[in-house]
Design a protein around this ligand. Sequence first.
Ligand code: HEM
Length: 507
Amino acid sequence: MAFFLAVACIYIISLAVLVLLEASRRSRAGKGDRLPPGSLGLPFVGETLQLYSMSPKAFFSSRLEKYGEVFKTHVLGCPCVILASPEAAKMVLVSQAHLFKPTFPPSKERMIGPHALFFHEGDYHLRLRRLVQGWLGPDALRALVPDVEAAVASTLGWWEGRVASTFHTMKRLTFDVGVVTIFGGRLAEHVKEELRRNYFVVEKGYNSFPIAVPWTRYSRAIKARQRLGAIMSGILSARRAGGHLGDDLLGALMRYCDDGGAALSDDQVADNVIGVLFAAQDTTASALTWILKFLHDHPKLLEAVKAEQMAAYEENDSGRLPLTWAQTRAMPVTHLVILESLRMASIVTFTFREAVEDVYYQGFKIPKGWKVMPLFSSIHHSPKFFEDPQRFNPARFKVTPRPGTFLPFGSGVHACPGNDLAKLEMLVLIHRLVTTYRWDVIGSSDAVTYSPFPVPKRGLQARLRRAPPTATVSAATAAAAAPEQEEGARGREHPGASRTTKQRAQS
Ligand code: HEM
């Protein structure tokens, strides 16, 4: 009897141990080895076709609704985890940034140049970033105001009297500002033209399918990139021969030495110049285009902005004196419009990183080598952080958004060092535009295309015409008017908010 009791006890204890072990294994698996919900799609292609057949916004929001703020997918040949909450974005970009590295497809890295700072981490990245940031900081920008004003005047002068794509016109402006920021005023006109011509071929190739067979955009872009390298070599040699490297970003890159006294190679300098031009151009041009659209669609708000800008115009002897840095820092209504445009348009919809080891987040595993994509646009359009998020309402920025919920320029070690320059371009352009011109939007501007940044359909076709400056209301009235601008808005919902480009094109 005692024997049977002992066997039964051993049996029950063993069973209990086994049950406990299994429970512990399951609980560990539950905590760590579970991949986020979502679909990896078809073998090889994953969900890439779905991504391309919809707008990125529609692709991501349909999955967000189904799976929540952390989900997996497989696009452009890579398994990815999409992260759509401020906490997750902070984890990837700031608090656990060491577990993720910047990652770009090799074809794109080749096009810009592998030494560009945004492909790197650690000491090389940190030092170059500090250098670039110094040339885009307040002191440098204060000195740059007249150059930005001249570039704005020249761009709008070109546009005056003709119908053109706002986006392409703004690209002319942002290229010119990029060039003057990097090269100072020292680039001969014919060299600048050569640079422009080849740069635009490279840019087209960057956004095309990467097949390096003759006559494709991609292979033409590779050749243009080689020519850009040669143009940069010529510029560097001329500066060295002239004995003056220059008081500009290029000069600073040429003088740079690391702790061991090693200078940058010519390739490293060229890749970083092209990298900065690239990071600066389409992003800012897209933001400027949206600002013109939003101002056009909200006439009351346009009046408020105009009143604020007219005050500066009159202070400057009816525009005869140049705009000053101090004036650009004191345009509160215009600044609110810029912030709301950046939120609504969310130019950089998401960014990419790659997990350098297995990472665990909220009970899910992000396997080593997988891409992670913090999704800025869905944070900017979440009703949890922005009330009535599809409504264009600059007044909401009178209250600072919750930390981590407004990330138009990213966050952490790779956050945009050019954000103040971009804002300066926006302020100066708006000043000149509303004090001197009117613009008529031609055709529908409601659909959105991605190139790769969101832009109104056909780049927002518009005609620019000169209009005599007229003071309307005082700046104080303007500031008071901003929150009430909703009345009389020509379109309230952000066009990309709920319908795809295709659906809009059909309607
Ligand atoms: C509205 C205009 C702009 C927007 C929305 C924008 C947005 C961004 C974002 C989101 C990032 C971070 C990307 C990431 O974390 O992966 C970034 C990085 C960067 N941006 Fe901008 N940007 C703008 C204009 C500019 C301008 C005018 C410049 C330079 C003149 C510039 C230069 C850079 C550079 C060099 C980086 C890489 C920084 C690093 O890796 O450390 N950007 N930008």
